[in-house]
Design a protein around this ligand. Structure first.
Ligand SMILES: Cc1cc2nc3c(=O)[nH]c(=O)nc-3n(C[C@H](O)[C@H](O)[C@H](O)COP(=O)(O)O)c2cc1C
Length: 172
């Protein structure tokens, strides 16, 4: 089993847009007692308030939303071109109805403060919540975008997290 090693987030060399738009990731929050994970594609990585940050977007009806609200840490697990079926499964089923761990065979790893990510990942970001804000209808400069993405007005909550640890598995 390959071990994760720490990487300096300032040395991160990724194609950031396809990392999100094509690779996707599992957003996980909770602890050993109870956690949930879901597939996400929307988000980003950057630099804000003198911190390396990530930002993710969670609709309020997601089970994962409850865990994002209750916990200080969340993780993002990236899988390269592996685990596609598992990502599809975790993006189309709710933890309210199924046990995603049993169904996928993903192996949870418990780390600092019991936060959870998956051993099958190639890269993991452990993030500490810094800020949240709901997308607001009045903020749309392009109202067509609001109509296209939020016909039900179920606006995402955006979470900005400081990247506390970047973990990678080296090939080979
Ligand atoms: C490729 C893909 C990307 C997704 N991206 C997001 C996202 O960025 N934000 C979000 O709220 N839901 C997103 N979803 C939907 C959730 O993953 C999906 O509703 C999931 O079943 C929620 O699980 P939960 O109820 O256990 O939290 C995405 C789904 C897929 C398949």
């Amino acid at each position: 089993m390959k071990e994760f090693t720490f990487m300096d987030v300032n040395r991160l060399k990724e194609q950031i847009v396809p990392l999100f738009s094509e690779e996707w990731f599992l957003l996980t929050a909770g602890d050993k007692k109870k956690f949930n994970t879901m597939t996400c594609a929307w988000g980003g990585v950057g630099y804000l308030w003198n911190q390396p940050v990530t930002f993710v977007f969670v609709r309020p009806q997601r089970f994962t939303y409850e865990f994002m609200e209750k916990n200080d840490l969340f993780t993002m697990s990236f899988f390269g071109d592996t685990n596609r079926e598992n990502l599809n499964f975790c993006g189309t089923n709710s933890g309210r109805d199924v046990n995603k761990i049993e169904q996928t065979g993903l192996t949870p790893v418990f780390d600092i403060e019991d936060t959870v990510y998956f051993n099958q990942a190639r890269m993991v970001m452990i993030c500490r919540k810094l800020y949240f804000q709901d997308i607001n209808e009045s903020g749309f400069a392009d109202s067509q975008m609001k109509n296209a993405v939020y016909p039900e007005s179920d606006f995402h909550r955006m979470y900005i997290g400081r990247i506390e640890q970047l973990l990678v598995k080296h090939a080979g």
